[in-house]
Design a protein around this ligand. Structure first.
Ligand code: AHR
Length: 495
């Protein structure tokens, strides 16, 4: 069987919400501190304490939304500790992540400043596990109330006259686990109560996100939808790609065996089934699909790099991570009627990071390059596709070798992204473009690939994995043929 893709350029399948290219940054390891925040007195070039190099790199990938402050940290975070003069802010122990001292120097004002610099929407996750209703309610008042009120006055005293625009607010995180070990019935009641006091002040309209299920916990989704669907705008889902076992050994980020490579691809593709099944439950209560599925934590999770703090979740990032990112985006596109946001975990120095830092040095990862190559899909119109894929086989198990998605941007330009999951063989693909009205004059492509399964960037060799021109494209009328190298992610642009 040959690889064949039919792109029906005149059959539109809705918009790919740019927010599926969203990010997540937690007070965990070196994500916030060192990754974003170095402080105003740091020798590392910064603007008001935030690293210039990291902001510049992230602006290049158009981050649409950034989730903060956690993660598990969110349900231990008390926002009032993180405002006012920095030298007098309360110090706490980040019990969940490495037991390190959190000095609260990066708080609400600093996060909002970061979002302004990145031109990104803030998505704040509130504390249900160890916080009060009053605390959550006052945080929203502090950030968004315009006029005279105790919290708005306090914000002004702390140097911010105008309220911030805040759209996305999460009511707790993983409340089935680190966010309180609750049963869905109990959390559903708490959700109903807490969200009541997450107010809309003035023109600020909050999109409320309920804490959703872990992986295949379909009962959680069923109970939340049954008990509270009319009170939520979004319901989250968390799924990590872990080649091994979460508790017994997840597998190393570097040097995957053939089998580990294959399992990683298989587990990445599994998110399709999870989205489908959780969506089916959501459809029962919300057939109009008003409520967005918000996949606000996803990505690879490997064992930490040897010699690093186990609580810091620092892992290298290879061409394997790039493939995982590529297939996730394609699956999110396929479910664009329900998936309205996704936030990769996490932006800098933690889990499947876009950026790694070491002192003043910074590198971008293969995953970063996928975000950069795929940014053309943000808010574009998804196009109908028909894919026939060869199989990719390891030890008698099979997966489709290729993954493809296509969209049309506001100027009518068609972009086709492709992944070759096969770690040792190239894939030849015929692409038939139907319904295209004569704009095939210009065809160009870029590819991210490597011959080694563990290819990655280091501080010594920061450009080992980076996109290059895809020169194998041939055009004949409405047909394109392209050869995708082994282990590759590509983008082809027409018109
Ligand atoms: O992203 C790391 C952690 O994974 C988050 O804090 C938590 O929500 C999840 O279990």
């Amino acid at each position: 069987m040959a690889n064949k893709v039919v792109v029906n350029t005149d059959i539109e399948k809705g918009t790919i919400n740019k927010n599926i290219y969203g990010h997540f940054a937690e007070h965990l390891g070196r994500c916030i501190y060192e990754g974003f925040w170095v402080g105003e007195d740091s020798p590392i070039p910064n603007t008001n304490g935030i690293r210039n190099d990291v902001v510049a790199a992230l602006k290049n990938i158009n981050i649409p939304v950034l989730r903060w402050p956690g993660g598990c940290f969110a349900d231990e975070y008390h926002w009032k500790d993180g405002i006012g003069p920095r030298e007098s802010r309360k110090r706490m122990v980040n019990t969940h992540w490495g037991g390190v001292v959190e000095n609260n120097h990066f708080g609400t004002h600093e996060f909002m400043m970061l979002c302004d610099m990145l031109e990104t929407e803030p998505y704040i996750c509130g504390n249900v596990g160890s916080g009060t209703v009053q605390e959550m309610s006052e945080w929203v008042e502090y950030m968004t109330f315009d006029g005279e009120s105790p919290m708005a006055d306090w914000r002004k005293e702390n140097g911010r006259e105008n309220p911030w625009a805040l759209k996305y607010f999460g009511v707790g995180n993983e409340n089935w686990g680190c966010g309180g070990n609750m049963r869905p019935e109990y959390y559903a009641d708490l959700y109903r109560r807490y969200q009541t006091y997450v107010r809309n002040y003035g023109d600020n309209k909050i999109y409320k996100i309920a804490g959703g299920a872990n992986v295949d916990d379909y009962r959680w989704t069923e109970v939340l939808m049954r008990e509270a669907h009319w009170l939520m705008d979004g319901l989250s889902l968390h799924y990590y790609t872990i080649p091994g076992d979460f508790w017994k050994g997840k597998g190393a980020a570097l040097d995957p065996s053939e089998q580990e490579w294959f399992i990683t691809m298989k587990k990445a593709l599994h998110i399709d089934e999870l989205i489908t099944k959780h969506s089916t439950i959501m459809d029962k209560y919300d057939p109009e699909k008003r409520i967005g599925m918000i996949i606000d934590e996803w990505g690879t999770w490997f064992d930490v790099e040897p010699g690093t703090n186990p609580g810091f979740l620092y892992q290298q990032n290879t061409i394997r991570d790039a493939l995982v990112a590529g297939v996730h985006f394609h699956i999110f596109h396929d479910h664009n009627d329900r998936v309205q946001m996704a936030n990769i975990a996490q932006t800098v120095n933690v889990l499947q990071a876009m950026i790694l830092t070491e002192g003043e040095k910074m590198i971008v990862t293969p995953t970063y390059h996928v975000f950069e190559m795929f940014k053309v899909h943000q808010d574009a119109t998804k196009l109908d596709l028909n894919i026939t894929s060869e199989t990719y086989e390891v030890n008698g198990e099979q997966l489709p070798a290729i993954s493809v998605s296509a969209s049309k941007d506001k100027e009518g330009k068609v972009n086709i992204s492709l992944c070759n999951l096969n770690h040792k063989e190239e894939s030849q693909i015929t692409i038939e473009l139907r319904g295209l009205k004569g704009n095939m004059q210009e065809v160009s492509g870029r590819v991210l690939t490597a011959t080694e399964r563990n290819a990655h960037n280091t501080f010594e060799n920061p450009e080992n994995v980076k996109p290059t021109s895809l020169d194998s494209i041939e055009v004949k009328g409405e047909m394109l043929t392209v050869t995708l190298p082994q282990t590759s992610v590509a983008i082809i642009s027409l018109g």
